[in-house]
Ligand binder design. Structure first.
Ligand code: PXP
Length: 241
C-alpha cells in the first residue's frame, strides 16, 4: 500500500508566527504517527520560515516511522542531513527564496553534482529520492545519478485535475512505468488532496509514498488531525470489489 508521509512544515509556520512553542512540532509529529501517518516529512528552507534546522534533531529522536527530509543540497543542508541520518532525503532543485517547490531536477545539467551528493548520502545509509517532473527524457537519465527513488511533482496534475483528470495523469502513468522498468522507486507530492489522491494512486503504477502537507493541514482545521489522517489513509487503501 502507498505510504502517507505527513509534511508538517505548515504546523511549524503557525508556531513561528508567535515565536513560542505552540503548536508543539515534536508532539504533532508523535501524534501524526499515532493517528496513522506512515512517515513525517520536513522541508527546512534556507530562511527557516517554517521547519527550522534546530527542529531536526528533536524530530529525528521521536519519529518512529519514516523520517524524510527535503531540501536543496547546499553545504548546510548536506551537513545537517548527514548529522541526523533520516531514513530518506528528497533533493529538490529550488532557488533559495522560492515560495514552494514547483519543478524537478534537470539531470542533464546537474549530473555530476547530483551523483556526488547522492553517493555521499547513500554511503551514510540514507535512501535518496530526487524531485522530478513527469518528463520521460529526464527520468530516463535517473539511473546515471544512482538515485534510489524519484518523487514526481504533482502540482500540474492537481491544477488540471478538474478540467480533465485522465489527461492530467497521462504523463504520470508513463513516468511511473518508466521508473518501474528502470527499477527506481516512486514517490509523489505537491497539491495532492482529498479530491485527487485516490484517482492518482489508482492510476500510477507502484507508487510507494506520497508526501502531503498543505491540503492535509488545511483539512485538519475542519476535520481535526486524527480524522484527516484517517481520511487520507483510506484514499490510499484499495477498494475491495
Ligand atoms: N514534495 C516536495 C518536494 C515539496 O517541496 C512539497 C511542499 O513542501 C511537498 C511534496 C508537499 O506539497 P503540499 O504541501 O502541496 O502537499
Amino acid at each position: 500500500m502507498t505510504k502517507l508521509s505527513v509534511n508538517i512544515n505548515k504546523v511549524a509556520l503557525i508556531r513561528n508566527s508567535r515565536g513560542e512553542n505552540l503548536p508543539n512540532l515534536k508532539q504533532v509529529a508523535i501524534d501524526c504517527e499515532s493517528f496513522g501517518a506512515d512517515g513525517i516529512t520536513v522541508h527546512p528552507r534556507p530562511d527557516e520560515r517554517h521547519v527550522r534546522y534546530d527542529d531536526i534533531p528533536i524530530l529525528k529522536e521521536v519519529v518512529k516511522t519514516e523520517f524524510n527530509i527535503e531540501g536543496y543540497p547546499n553545504d548546510r543542508f548536506i551537513e545537517m542531513v548527514l548529522e541526523n541520518k533520516p531514513h530518506q532525503v528528497t533533493l529538490v532543485p529550488d532557488p533559495p527564496g522560492v515560495l514552494t517547490s514547483s519543478q524537478g531536477w534537470n539531470i542533464k545539467e546537474n549530473k555530476s553534482f547530483l551523483l556526488e551528493v547522492i553517493e555521499s548520502f547513500q554511503d551514510a545509509g540514507i535512501r535518496v529520492s530526487i524531485f522530478m517532473n513527469p518528463d520521460l527524457e529526464q527520468i530516463s537519465l535517473a539511473p546515471e545519478v544512482k538515485t534510489d527513488r524519484i518523487e514526481l511533482y504533482t502540482g500540474d496534475f492537481a491544477r488540471n485535475y478538474a478540467k480533465n483528470k485522465e489527461k492530467a495523469v497521462e504523463k504520470h502513468i508513463e513516468s511511473s512505468k518508466l521508473a518501474q522498468n528502470l527499477k527506481i522507486g516512486l514517490n509523489a507530492g505537491h497539491d495532492l488532496n482529498l479530491e485527487n489522491l485516490r484517482f492518482y494512486n489508482e492510476q500510477v503504477v507502484d507508487l510507494q509514498e506520497v508526501s502531503i502537507g498543505h491540503a492535509l493541514i488545511s483539512d485538519a482545521l475542519y476535520y481535526g488531525l486524527s480524522n484527516t489522517i484517517g481520511m487520507y489513509k483510506r484514499l490510499l487503501t484499495p477498494i475491495r470489489s
